[in-house]
Design a protein around this ligand. Sequence first.
Ligand code: ZN
Ligand code: ZN
Ligand code: FE
Length: 736
Amino acid sequence: MLSININGIVQGVGFRPFVYKLASINNLKGYVRNSSQGVDIKVTGSQKSLKIFVEQLKKDAPMAAKIDTMIVTTYPDRNFKAFIIMNSQSTSGSTFIAPDLATCPECLSELLNISDQRFNYPFINCTNCGPRYSIIDSLPYDRPATSMRSFEMCDYCHQEYCEPLNRRFHAQPVACSQCGPQLQLLDENQNPVPGDPLYVTRKFLKEGKIIAIKGIGGFHLACLATDNDPVSVLRSRKQRPHKPFAVMCQAKDLESIVHLNDSARQLLHSPAAPIVILPATGRHISLLVAPDNPFLGVFLPYTPLHHLLLQENIKFLIMTSANPHNEPVAAIAAELPNYYDYILTHNRAILNRCDDSVIRSTSSHNIFIRRSRGYVPIPVKSIIPLKETFAAGAEMKLTFALASENSIFLSPYISNSDTLRSRHFYQETLARYQKWFKISPQLAACDLQPDFMSTRFAESLNIPLIRVQHHHAHIAAVMVEHQINEPVIGIAYDGTGLGDDGNIWGSEIMVVDYKSYQRRFHLEPLPLPGGDAATLHPPRIAYAWLKNLDLDTSLVPDISDWAKRILDIQLQTGLNVFMTSSLGRMFDCLSALLGLAPNITYEAQAAMALEFLCSDDTSLKCQPYDYSICRQNLQIKPLLENVIRDLYNNVPHHIISTRFHHTIIDFTLQAVIQLRQETSINSVALAGGVMQNAIILNNLSRLLKKNNFTVFSAQTISPNDSSIALGQVMIANQQI
Ligand code: ZN
Ligand code: ZN
Ligand code: FE
């Protein structure tokens, strides 16, 4: 008899029916059951059949399953009469929770089949698809432990649920129109609107209305993406003048709005169904959807409801998270800000809110901008066994991590700032994670920055606390992802992060292991009047830097004499002036000099505008600027002198931008080559928010590889602050 223990994402993904079928085909006897550890199998049969069974278990597992470990032990045979699926066994230890899964092709064809029991039923699902993470309350994953507990299955659904060879066997959210959740359309006063909710919603959408629509991990605000009017109303209600919106459409319509590549196609069709940012074709979609932006975020319908909305000539819908600025996404109608005309809601509760994931697809890398729905809470594996650890994260793009043994569980995206609701979401999610994964932290980690909510929360836990330098954590996160446990040359190009000298860092080239870092190269520090608040007004950064370096400030556009006078006083007195070596601020400065960023309304807007001027992320067609390095600082003055000369000579802005990008890449390459000579380290880790810039990431990794470096960058996690907690976990464990 074989006893097989499988750990990983094996519950709620059709694993037991898969095992049952496999055992039946191979004529084996025994049982399979869910446990808190994963899945237990006991089987008896001929040696040959057992061997095939074990091989097929690994090879043919359902698409959404992820086998982490599989331990096979041999015991004396027991006398089983048949192969059965046994009830779940609750034991101690942790297991994994499946992320929410996009509607599968079989469910979709039933949804659209007029003779099917679930024709047009917006909550159709099966063991291969449907909500998981967002509806789970406790483990093991069974219907009474989810928000489906309040729906009693009808005979039809129950029969499918109990039939081992059925696609809905033990599909916990199984439901139909007779027994499952129902839609409801409400007006702005939250009174029911008469008529078929779907039909009326589509009618309102076509009339240009904005509808709040309850989805998997939260509410979206939806409106036609093809017309200027609803988009401009949405922008003014959301007070979001420029930040791009994502567009949902059917697969057949994708290529009319974006240029697809194979890896993007794969991502879009994957069970995670993220938003993928791709070059826009410029057709069909209102220019207000992504103003001044050559890219467009698109995603495919990932719930049956989405499929039903994209009917009757509705092809392209804006779907944006329904949350007030910088707040967590709304999960109940009462949390909705009043940006909507109507609400399309339903009575299946969202227990765990989770925003859409966002991935930028470029010529050579997929860059995670946000890792949330569809990926959370899949753990990141650590090669080093970990203490039970809580890592608090940073502040922007806040996530935390909870770790034990070899698993690190990153939280979903919480929010972008410290508000009462984001604090509540943070603590509530942490409590759930502790319960599910049975982790009681003995060790905590946080950022060096004392003012972050996350830091204060970590301090309040009263357990040993390790404070981790921000860019050390950025680089460590990439090392953890790639299971590296030896020193690397780490590059953290970033917006902001407190350094151990009290200055704001953000252009760090370091020699790093988990225990320590040596800061070796960075940009020359320059004054940042007003600190991080200056990022909202890039011309002020440009003015302050030019003034500080005795350069001609008359070139700085979009700045009033009044603002200049205040800056002059600040620079003279040093009042509220911070020193920064942030590359993000360098991008802001350049962007301001080119007149690209008079007013910033969302993060990284200035840097993105500068990047968008460069036409191609695969090559750099003009020379870098001359630059000099003094005491391992890249000197800013000669670089800016070059830029100013080009501006005087009316050199086209796209050439200035490309030369600037090239300069940063060239400086980095030379610094890293020098460090390799000194240290014999050949591995380079690329981290930090600037690695979302495709020109920098793709060219830097290409040139490093050409120089025989082994290059690691964030692939299944984000390079930005939402992965900080991952690095913090490992550093704290090594430093304690
Ligand atoms: Zn399905
Ligand atoms: Zn039913
Ligand atoms: Fe950062």
